[in-house]
Ligand binder design. Structure first.
Ligand SMILES: [Zn+2]
Length: 274
């Protein structure tokens, strides 16, 4: 399905249409911004392969039905009415509540970091149609995986989501000359954050970094693994440290090649909150 067919504006014939200019979307709440005394602007990652900003009227009144729906990470179905500048939520049905991650600091912080990454990656508006299912899957994993695995899960999300958005890192072909590069344990490998992947010995310059090959091997493996498989990895004593190492690498990747600034993740890593 093309982006234009998938755009909510062109989706007005779908079920639930009651008035001209109304449309239905399914989406995850990426961001909440206060508006006036009682309202919120919600930024949603939607099944229309699009980021949507919409006004949730009365969502800050505890008695409002929207108050329970408009929490970060929640997944809901919304009926939106096209407004002049911002669309307005007229109906909503909660599909998945992720409010209970707030009970555990690590899960809440990582959920926020992932939502912020999804927000930054889709800030231009358009996104791959698989980004929503990828994001709901990672949020489910963050809600249930053992805590020491959360950094590795977030790193996998960065690599997979940036690949979906057209920024797939190369771990086996030199990004300059196309030569095959074989990663070997106990070695270092030239890597270019600016050009998006490994560089062979002949192409490596002082502008490139030397990365321990096992770090790159992990990234390559994560790209090909489903979140279920990552959650099922056997526990190892160094898993949290290794996860943070790979997550730090993935953060650097995100800031250079896709060129987005994951503020919540940077805060989490710089403050040593894991
Ligand atoms: Zn090369």
């Amino acid at each position: 399905m093309s982006q234009s067919e998938n755009h909510p504006k062109n989706n007005q014939k779908s079920g639930g249409m009651s008035n001209q200019g109304d449309y239905k979307v399914r989406g995850v709440v990426l961001r909440r911004t206060k508006l006036g005394e009682q309202d919120l602007i919600l930024t949603l990652l939607t099944d229309g392969a699009h980021q949507v900003r919409a006004v949730a009227k009365g969502a800050r009144k505890p008695s409002s039905k929207l108050a329970g729906i408009a929490n970060l990470g929640n997944e809901a179905e919304f009926l939106l009415h096209k407004g002049k500048s911002l669309d307005i939520i007229t109906e909503s049905t909660l599909l998945v509540s992720r409010s209970k991650v707030a009970l555990e600091y690590e899960r809440a912080a990582m959920t926020e970091a992932v939502l912020d990454i999804a927000y930054a990656l889709t800030a231009e508006g358009e996104c791959h149609e698989l980004l929503l299912p990828l994001t709901t899957t990672v949020l489910d994993s963050i809600g249930t995986a053992r805590l020491t695995l959360l950094p590795l899960i977030a790193a996998a999300y960065i690599l997979k989501s940036s690949a979906l958005q057209g920024y797939k890192p190369s771990f086996d072909v030199c990004v300059r000359c196309g030569a095959n590069v074989e990663l070997r344990e106990d070695t270092s490998q030239g890597f270019s954050f600016l050009d998006g992947g490994v560089v062979c010995e002949d192409c490596c310059t002082s502008l490139d970094t030397l990365e321990p090959a096992p770090r790159l091997m992990w990234c390559k493996a994560l790209l090909g693994m489903k979140f279920d498989a990552i959650c099922a990895l056997e526990q190892s004593p160094d898993e949290q440290d290794r996860g943070i190492d790979i997550l730090t690498f993935a953060r650097t990747w995100l800031t250079h090649y896709p060129g987005v600034n994951p503020k919540a993740l940077t805060y989490l890593l710089e403050e040593g909150l894991f």
